[in-house]
Every structure is written in structure tokens, then in C-alpha cells.
Design a protein around this ligand. Structure first.
Ligand SMILES: *Cc1c(COP(=O)(O)O)cnc(C)c1O
Length: 263
């Protein structure tokens, strides 16, 4: 695992900027190789882990380089940024967008317009608004329920104890295809405490799967980022969301995405 508390200087040393197509090819291959190694350790088939490259803060020119290197699915934390990029890259018809950050209900209509996937569902009011907007657009959306497995106030998502009741309330929304659960682990250099977050999500999913309402799929576990995706895979991740290890270190502090997160 890569320590969560690297300084900006250390982060830039660890994750050099990818600027040209070959940089992206190399970084994607390196991450895929690490995914395969983690799967091997855990006795899992690498085909069961999807890599979602996270392109937040990355400009259009570099996203086009990543596309040329083979990226067809990109994750963005903020919906306006994602929508903007989607509009600018309409010519890349097979590029799909996944919104992975907290969403205010008043921005649901943007997600309904263009996103293929939304990984941060955390309220029934949002589910209802999304479903209504999707009906108007004639679209469906893959969704993940975000769970706060670290107990930190800075993290969005439902408390684990609230997830069963929440899932039971989702069948009335036919445009939402519920795929599984998503979490962000604790930001810590203590691998055991990071791992505990991933174990919590998997155990919750395993319990819920037995009682899931018809039509609610709970196969997927979206967990793991650049610093901790190998641990997440060892604990059952089916989607890993990786930004810096593909695109290079980011200067925007994580507190921009998770209010009150550490440096
Ligand atoms: C930015 C982000 C990631 C990826 O983080 P990296 O450190 O760039 O790998 C994963 N998940 C969410 C929700 C994010 O906002």
C-alpha cells in the first residue's frame, strides 16, 4: 500500500504526470499488472475486477490521450465537470462517464442526461429525483449505494446499519439499476485499518445479498483507489477507481472532494 499521507512532493515522485499516449499505455498496463498480481494472491480471476480510471481535474487534451490509449469509461467526482467534458467530447461516442462523487438533488437532472453510472447514491429523495429525470430522458442508470465504512464525518455515504432499510426502499425506481455498494476507506497509513473498511463493505454486501428485493443486484463492490486498490482487491473489490496512478499526481487536495479530509 502507498501511504495516504504523502506530501505533495512525494506524491509527484510516486505518480509522474502522464502527458502522451505512451505514458497512458504504460501506466494502464502497470495498474492492470498490479490488479492481476493482487487477484493472483487472492485466488481471484482478474476478469472479475474492472478498472475505472478517474479523470477529475484532467483537461480535455489529456483525456483524449487516455482515450487513444484505450480508456472507454471514466470516473469524475463532480457532476458539472463531468457534464462539461461529456459535452466537449461528443465525438467520442463510445466514451462513458461514471459520476463517483456526492450529488445534490438539484443536480440530478444533469446526471440523468449523460452519465452511464452513478456510484454515490445515499438518499431516497435523490433516488426518486434521479428516477423521475431518467424517465423523462428515456434512460436507465447503473447505481451503487455509497456506504461510510470508516465512521469519519468527512466521508459521505450511509451508515452500514442504515443500508438494509435503504435498499428495501429502492424497488419503486425502475430506471435505477442497482449494482452494488461503494465506499472510500479511511485515509490512513495503517493498512490494517484501511483493510477493515473494505472487509466491512464486503460483509455488508454478503448479508444483504441474501435478503435483497427482486431486481436489486448486489454483486458489485466499488472500493480501492491509487493508494489502496490492491488491499481492496484482496477483500473482494469488483471495481477499483484509480486516478493518480494513471494520470499522475493531483494538486487539488482531497479536502476539495471530501470536506475536512486530511491533507
Ligand atoms: C479521486 C477519487 C478516486 C481516485 O483517487 P486517486 O487517488 O486519484 O486514485 C476514487 N474515488 C473517488 C470517489 C474519487 O473522488
Amino acid at each position: 500500500m502507498i501511504p495516504a499521507t504523502l506530501t505533495s512532493h512525494e506524491r509527484h515522485g510516486r505518480y509522474p504526470q502522464a502527458l502522451v499516449v505512451d505514458d497512458f499505455r504504460r501506466n494502464l498496463a502497470a495498474v492492470q499488472a498490479r490488479i492481476a498480481a493482487a487477484c493472483h494472491r487472492a485466488g481471484r480471476d482478474p476478469a472479475g475486477v474492472r478498472l475505472l480510471p478517474v479523470s477529475k481535474t484532467i483537461d480535455e487534451a489529456r483525456i483524449r490521450q487516455a482515450y487513444a490509449a484505450g480508456c472507454r469509461f471514466l470516473g469524475e467526482n463532480k457532476v458539472q465537470e463531468a457534464h462539461h467534458k461529456w459535452e466537449a467530447m461528443q465525438d467520442l461516442a463510445d466514451l462513458h462517464w461514471s459520476v463517483i462523487g456526492h450529488l445534490q438533488t438539484n443536480k440530478a437532472k444533469l446526471v440523468a442526461r449523460f452519465a452511464s453510472e452513478f456510484q454515490a447514491l445515499d438518499s431516497l429523495r435523490l433516488a426518486e429525483t434521479l428516477d423521475r429525470r431518467l424517465q423523462l430522458e428515456g434512460r436507465q442508470l447503473d447505481v451503487f449505494v455509497q456506504v461510510n465504512t470508516s465512521g469519519e464525518d468527512s466521508k459521505y455515504g450511509l451508515a452500514p446499519a442504515d443500508v438494509p432499510g435503504f435498499i428495501a426502499g429502492l424497488p419503486p425506481f425502475p430506471c435505477l439499476r442497482v449494482r452494488g455498494l461503494m465506499t472510500l476507506a479511511l485515509f490512513s497509513d495503517d493498512a490494517a485499518r484501511v483493510r477493515a473498511c473494505f472487509v466491512r463493505l464486503r460483509e455488508l454486501r454478503d448479508r444483504l445479498r441474501q435478503q435483497a428485493p427482486d431486481g436489486i443486484g448486489l454483486d458489485e463492490l466499488s472500493m480501492g483507489m491509487s493508494g489502496d486498490f490492491e488491499i481492496a482487491i484482496e477483500e473482494g473489490a469488483t471495481v477499483v477507481r484509480v486516478g493518480q496512478a494513471i494520470f499522475g499526481a493531483r494538486d487539488t487536495p482531497d479536502s476539495h472532494y471530501w470536506p475536512a479530509a486530511g491533507p
